[in-house]
Design a binder for this molecule. Structure first.
Ligand code: ADP
Length: 612
């Protein structure tokens, strides 16, 4: 065992090791052709190292020629793979220089392999006469061929020069374009390697140096540069991984603080990943496999279709996915969930992934429902209070038909006692009784409708009909208070209201307020006018004008605040409820003082069929 037998295999091992590392990285990252090419060059240099060692050992001519031819091939592969590596690595080399490298080398290689090439001759030597034994450091001996160099051996050297020019040019261009310095170290090391290897081989082949080929040794410079490069990559990777972990921790903290659950849906494989929080929201266990069907299965039956629609819309177009639905928990409970998500697409625009968050909004929903319930109670209370005002007038209204019925019945009794009874008169009395009864019935029906607590049912109403109803309800009140009530309505206007009672409530509220306002005026000046007109395209405006004292400037701002009242017995909720009702139907309500006397309350509502 001498140092040559130890060191050459060590060089080969070093090349192989780095080559394998690069190969495994390249295989883990598709499209990393540069790394694959480098791995090829390192593998080839390991072979070169083995061939160099074998050449030192042989003194059999045929064997020597065979080894030389293999070495020429290995060097060629290395040259081409490094050229291609540089091409990929910098992406800016001169094409003609890159192409010149394999072309020039192939011309030299023709002397080794073309059928016409004379036996006992090759790319390097025309003829080899025999071998010399050379003694080197430590008394180690090796064989060297003695022959006549082939003048055409200039081609492989030109190929090496082209390669040096190519690498240098690519490195300079890279630096000029402001790229980072690191790749230039690799480029420089490759140029240095070819320079040293070329020079050393040239001096050996021309007999100037009594040395074995040391091409593989020169490659150590490239190995070193690539190791530095790899090291930097590994460090950058480690830094990135720690940043990633940090941002993941921040994300976890943020989502836990906001009580958010996160999810992603792999559209192609139909698998849903979700954080523990998100799983718990739907009642999914930690290990359960979730897909689209399982997700929809967990939703409330009524919410499945709208959610599917929202999901399909998000997949088909660029609208975000933003829905609220109910999840059916295993123990039979219902949970309200708000979900938001975004689609990620492939280069052809096809949806690949959907990523989003879910939030438990049950508490908010419960509060909303409770608020709605309280509101409807308040509205009801307001109606009852209004009824208190209307009651006496309505009692009067009812006493009229009831009195008429009584008088008609007494008259009928008298007619029956006649002999013969006057049947025509009796029939007329009965018709009167029926009419009076119907009148009383209608008054009671309207009262009941107003007093009833109802659920919402959107309906298209005729504003004229509703105004007539309100006028009928308010008529007796206006008569007893001696107020002139005028209705000035445009022809039939259809309105969409969630419930007719809502509109009646608003109108009655405003009319009764107007009656309160004119109460202290002399009878002749008590006047209220209800006007209905188109406000704009698709909207109508209702105005209730009175001749009262108007609204004090300091009250004008606060009229619609709940519990604001200037009346001794007022509740101060009529206007605030009217405002809520009007705004819930897409309208506006406001008050203003008239130019002359009194005030006007106005509200707008969208007409049925108007786009809203
Ligand atoms: P309430 O009638 O119980 O006071 P509202 O909310 O209906 O409650 O009215 C709030 C206040 O708005 C009234 O107290 C009154 O001061 C003022 N207001 C309402 N309508 C008129 C009107 N037509 N003219 C002058 N002030 C009015």
């Amino acid at each position: 065992m001498n140092w040559i037998t130890i060191t050459w295999p060590m060089v080969a091992a070093a090349c192989l090791t780095l080559g394998l590392i690069e190969l495994s990285i390249a295989l883990g990252q598709p499209r990393r052709a540069a790394r694959l090419l480098f791995a090829l060059s390192a593998g080839t240099v390991a072979c070169v190292s083995g061939l160099e060692l074998a050449l030192m050992r042989t003194n059999v001519l045929a064997e020597w020629w065979a080894l030389m031819r293999l070495l020429d091939i290995a060097v060629g592969v290395m040259l081409v793979s490094l050229t291609a590596f540089i091409w990929m690595y910098f992406g800016n080399g001169r094409k003609w220089l890159a192409v010149a490298v394999p072309v020039l080398y192939a011309l030299g290689l023709a002397f080794d392999y073309l059928p016409g090439a004379p036996a006992g001759s090759g790319m390097t030597y025309q003829t080899v006469a025999g071998f010399r034994t050379v003694e080197t450091f430590g008394g180690v001996r090796f064989h060297m061929a003695e022959g006549v160099p082939n003048p055409w051996n200039v081609f492989p050297y030109l190929a090496v020069l082209a390669q040096i020019a190519f690498v240098t040019d690519a490195s300079v261009r890279w630096t000029r374009s402001g790229g980072d310095r690191r790749p230039v170290v690799v480029g420089g090391a490759i140029a240095f390697f070819f320079l040293c290897a070329g020079l050393q081989a040239g001096l050996v082949e021309t007999g100037v140096l009594d040395m074995p080929y040391m091409i593989s040794w020169a490659y150590l410079a490239v190995l070193m540069a690539m190791s530095i490069e790899l090291n930097a990559d590994v460090l950058a990777g480690a830094r990135l991984a720690s940043q990633l972990r940090e941002s993941e921790r921040r994300m976890d903290l943020a989502s836990a603080a906001a009580d958010l659950g996160m999810w992603t849906w792999d559209v192609g494989h139909d698998t849903i990943w979700a954080t523990s929080r998100a799983r718990a929201m739907f009642g999914f266990s930690e290990s359960e496999h979730i897909n689209r069907a399982r997700f929809f299965g967990a939703l409330h039956r009524d919410d499945r279709e709208p959610t599917k629609q929202a999901l399909d819309d998000a997949l088909a177009s660029d609208v975000g996915y933003d829905v609220e639905y109910r999840a059916h928990l295993p123990e039979g409970r219902i949970r309200w969930i708000a979900a938001r998500g975004q689609v990620e697409r492939g280069h052809r625009g096809e949806p690949i992934l959907m990523r989003g968050v879910v939030l438990d909004i049950s508490a908010r929903r419960d509060t909303e429902l409770e608020l709605q319930r309280l509101h409807s109670e308040l509205a009801h209370a307001s109606r009852v209070s209004m009824m208190g005002q209307l009651a006496s007038a309505l009692a009067h209204e009812l006493s009229q038909p009831l009195g008429a019925i009584l008088r008609n019945t007494e008259a009928a009794e008298l007619f029956i006692e006649q002999d013969p009874p006057d049947l025509d008169e009796l029939r007329a009395i009965l018709v009167d009784i029926r009419h009076d009864d119907q009148r009383a019935g209608a008054v009671i029906a309207r009262l009941r409708a107003l007093l009833k607590r109802r659920s919402f049912a959107p309906r298209v109403l005729s504003l004229s009909d509703e105004l007539a109803n309100v006028a009928a309800l308010a008529r007796s009140e206006s008569l007893s208070r001696k107020v002139a009530l005028e209705i000035d309505a445009a022809p039939e206007l259809p309105l969409v209201m969630r419930d007719p009672v809502h509109l009646q409530q608003v109108l009655l509220n405003l009319v009764l307020n107007a009656m309160d306002a004119v109460e202290d005026l002399p009878t002749a000046r008590r006047k209220i006018t209800v006007r209905v007109q188109r406000h704009s395209e698709g909207e109508i405006e209702v105005a209730i004008e009175d001749s009262g004292p108007g609204i004090a400037p300091e009250s004008l701002e606060r009229l619609f605040e709940p519990f604001f009242t200037t009346k001794a017995n007022g509740m101060g909720i009529g206007l605030s409820i009217s405002q809520t009702i009007i705004e819930a139907h897409g309208g506006r309500i406001w008050a203003e003082n008239n130019a002359g006397e009194g005030a006007t309350f106005r509200f707008t509502l969208p007409l049925a069929g108007a786009a809203r």
